[in-house]
Design a protein around this ligand. Structure first.
Ligand SMILES: [Fe+2]
Length: 276
């Protein structure tokens, strides 16, 4: 099997074929995959057929696995894996039924002091149509700003909290509910590239602004910078394994499919560092 890596868009993302993560991967192949991830921020690894144990072992090649805060979604025999199943989505406080990750562009788990560096999603079952995931290169989004705009943003910090979604239990809320402050502009520790780092749903405020002003500010910033030139939209195939770098990427799920059809993803997180 020969490893082949091909860009998926100008903005970010590469497709990886010719690797089978259910078997040992050579050091040289893994080095190519790992450095591509640093450079392109999103990898789509095709044609995987992984048991939960093999998925966990695959993710461990990229770093230490981080516990997830949605306790009810964890696979009982493999609690490192969250099962995101569209059939189990409950209405939110506003009565809307929105699958996990479909409300807005975001980076994952900013209510943690050390949010995950990578998120891995493995496509187990997909709807006939719809259910894409879009990714935005937030380093390119940042680069679209003027020098003056960057100067205004560079010292701002976000105050993050866990959301009020029905799928967050009271126990998880008290365990992971402590507010966390993160830089709005984050420097990638491996490349030194700066990017916009935001989870709008978890941002209670920009420090020094009211929550209302913060919401307007965040919406305007994302509207201005997440433009088609920085986006890759992924249409899933069963067996796709995607790993993305939360330190430089925002993502959103498209809730444009029949939820009862059962879109099932297995999600694993890789522990990150304190953002700076
Ligand atoms: Fe997410």
């Amino acid at each position: 099997m020969t490893l082949r890596i091909t860009p998926l868009s100008d903005a970010l993302g590469s497709e990886v074929v010719g690797v089978d993560f259910s078997k040992p991967v050579s050091v040289s192949d893994f080095q190519r995959i790992r450095s591509e991830l640093t450079d392109r921020l999103v990898l789509v690894v095709r044609d995987q057929n992984l048991t939960p144990a093999q998925l966990v072992a695959t993710v461990q090649m990229f770093g230490e696995i981080m516990p997830q805060h949605l306790s009810e979604m964890l696979m009982p025999e493999h609690p490192d894996i969250a099962v995101l199943d569209s059939r189990n989505v409950q209405p939110g406080p506003d009565g809307r039924i929105m699958p996990v990750g479909s409300r807005a562009w975001h980076t994952d788990h900013t209510n943690h002091a050390m949010p995950p560096k990578f998120t891995v999603l493995y496509a187990v079952s997909l709807p006939q149509t719809g259910g894409d995931t879009s990714f935005a290169n937030m380093q390119r989004a940042y680069a679209r700003l003027t020098d003056n705009e960057r100067k205004e943003l560079v010292n701002l910090r976000t105050l993050n909290k866990i959301e009020d979604h029905s799928y967050v239990s009271d126990a998880d809320r008290s365990r992971f509910g402590e507010r966390q402050s993160h830089p709005l502009i984050r420097t990638h520790p491996d490349t030194g590239r700066k990017g916009i780092y935001l989870h709008p749903g978890k941002t209670e405020s920009i420090e020094g602004m009211t929550p209302e002003d913060s919401r307007v500010f965040v919406d305007q910033l994302l509207d201005k910078t997440i433009v088609p030139e920085v986006i890759y939209r992924h249409h899933w195939l069963t067996g796709d394994l995607i790993i993305w770098d939360n330190r430089g990427v925002s993502h959103r799920a498209h809730a444009d499919y029949d939820l009862s059809a059962g879109r099932v993803m297995h999600r694993v997180l890789v522990r990150g560092e304190v953002p700076f």
